[in-house]
Design a protein around this ligand. Structure first.
Ligand SMILES: C[S@@+](CC[C@H](N)C(=O)[O-])C[C@H]1O[C@@H](n2cnc3c(N)ncnc32)[C@H](O)[C@@H]1O
Length: 305
């Protein structure tokens, strides 16, 4: 890979690398599925561990990142690589379609820091951009269209359920009031509506007043909390005996589903959880990479098939 290409790629520090590699115990020739390939931070290490002769399947719904990851993995030419632009909720179907028998599957949920900060995606409130928020621009409804269509109650529910926003009702009302004259088009329009809804004296000083609103709407636009449990159960059922599935969650709604899925799998007697409680990053990692602090890692191994 050239330095220019590397420099054009945003940086993302892979989370809990030590713990992931310890749980996977990869060896040359193994097959790994990275359901959230991102910038291949984890997958570069997987590729190193399974070469020569291993197989890596990387899935991401962000076509730009998938291409960046492909370039990053170019030097690993002694393994077989598959890159699939898809939702990870199609993971089991992709694995079966390619006829793979995975020794390891990773779902490192949520988004990459670079994706959140990119003003063109309309996910960040810090820079003005189109009010879109879709991770896969080839489908779905942009945030602007959603907010200009839903009722006050529906918007309130999204803000409450996805981000525990205390001012959910006031913000939803303000959005609906404003769109009657001018539909929301940009991230700036949404920030302005939030600021108009929360009285200055009541604002949380530690985070921007629009943080929760943006998070909640992004989750709704991409249906980020839907079907994680089912995806994990289906993924685990693709593993070979002795194979391991790991989920890393950053949102309580994600971890709740991972917990539920892993309990369900253990109850069958075919799987065993590696840890009783989710593992969290060590203090040295949190100091180096503060974004890792909310990570919760769960792992489950297939003991029979
Ligand atoms: C936290 S990042 C993964 C970072 C990666 N492990 C690394 O070290 O570079 C999550 C990635 O999953 C992708 N993603 C999130 N939800 C997805 C979904 N439902 N289907 C496919 N990809 C998804 C995002 O586009 C993002 O690239």
């Amino acid at each position: 890979m050239t330095q220019e290409r590397e420099a054009a790629t945003p940086h993302h520090e892979p989370v809990m690398v030590r713990e992931v590699l310890e749980a996977f115990q990869l060896k040359p020739g193994d097959t790994v599925v990275d359901g959230t390939l991102g910038l291949a931070g984890h997958s570069k290490l997987f590729a190193e561990a399974i070469r020569p002769g291993g197989t890596l399947l990387g899935i991401d719904w962000d076509a730009d990142y998938l291409e960046k990851a492909r370039l990053r993995l170019e030097p690993f030419d002694s393994i077989t690589k598959h890159f699939v632009h898809s939702d990870y909720r199609q993971l089991a179907r992709c694995v079966r379609g390619l006829g793979l028998l995975p020794n390891a599957i990773l779902l490192d949920l949520g988004l990459n820091s670079g994706q959140i900060e990119d003003p063109n995606r309309g996910i960040a409130f810090s820079k003005d951009g189109p009010l879109d928020m879709r991770m896969d621009r080839s489908r779905g409804e942009p945030a602007g269209a959603l907010l200009n269509r839903l009722s006050t109650n529906e918007i309130e529910q999204i803000l409450h359920d996805n981000a525990d926003e205390r001012w959910a009702r006031a913000i939803a009302r303000k959005i609906v009031e404003r769109r009657k004259t001018t539909p929301l088009k940009t991230t700036g329009d949404l920030v302005d509506a939030v600021l108009a809804a929360i009285p200055p004296g009541a604002r949380d000083k530690r985070i921007h007043p629009a943080t929760r609103t943006f998070q909640a709407i992004r989750i709704a636009v991409n249906a980020e909390l839907e079907g994680i449990d089912e995806t994990l159960v289906d993924a685990a059922n693709c593993l070979v005996a002795g194979g391991t599935l790991i989920s890393i969650a950053y949102h309580s709604g994600e971890d709740r589903q991972a917990k539920q899925a892993f309990r369900e799998l253990s109850a069958t007697g075919e799987f065993e959880e590696l840890y009783k409680k989710p593992r969290q990053p060590a203090s040295d990692e949190i100091a180096r990479n503060p974004r890792s602090r909310s990570a919760k890692m769960r792992a489950i191994r297939r003991i029979l098939n």
